[in-house]
Design a protein around this ligand. Structure first.
Ligand SMILES: [Zn+2]
Length: 180
């Protein structure tokens, strides 16, 4: 199994992006069976599932930072209902921002169900969506405002939605000590 995983990774190296995610290869090496991803578009989606620093998220963060906003990135909140880790958190104003990958969070425009390996993907994607909704509920219950943005949203629109929720940046742009 480990051999097979290695071969599949190697075969694709050099010809565009690697199509097997590291975690899938590692899992395969440990003897767990994960489906291999052979579609480059899908692989792109898999990479954008990394916890932070996806391109759209990075663009949004740097735009906000440039406007004088200060925030916590990938900050863990221990809420009464559950632990949540928003991509961008304005802790003083209690606004949580998520930039959701179209594939992993099942965007209605681009999150079409994968045709292969449905036995694996459908329950997994469903679970992601359920977890998103549970996170929203936990945040709202704790008095947070939740802003969910699809990764396909143009950065200017994303900024506008965040500004609408957070308000204008503070004049001094100084982060007061975070209180949750
Ligand atoms: Zn989308």
């Amino acid at each position: 199994m480990a051999q097979q995983a290695k071969k599949q990774v190697k075969k694709t190296r050099g010809a565009g992006p690697p199509v097997v995610s590291k975690s899938a290869a590692e899992a395969a090496a440990k003897g767990k069976t994960y489906p291999f991803v052979t579609d480059p578009g899908r692989a792109q989606n898999m990479r954008s599932n990394r916890r932070s620093d996806t391109k759209p998220e990075l663009a949004l963060r740097s735009a906000l930072h440039g406007m004088g906003y200060r925030y916590r990135k990938d900050f863990r909140l221990d809420l009464p209902l559950r632990r949540v880790r928003p991509d961008i958190a304005f802790t003083a104003r209690k606004v949580a921002v998520f930039v959701d990958g179209c594939f992993w969070h099942a965007c209605p425009e681009h999150g079409s169900k994968p045709k292969s390996n449905e036995w694996y993907w459908s329950p997994k994607l469903l679970k992601n969506v359920e977890r998103d909704r549970a996170a929203d509920a936990a945040l709202e219950q704790a008095g947070w405002t939740v802003v969910r943005l699809w990764e396909h949203v143009p950065v200017a629109d994303a900024v506008a939605q965040v500004v609408a929720a957070v308000g204008e940046p503070r004049r001094d742009a100084k982060q007061t000590p975070d209180r949750l």
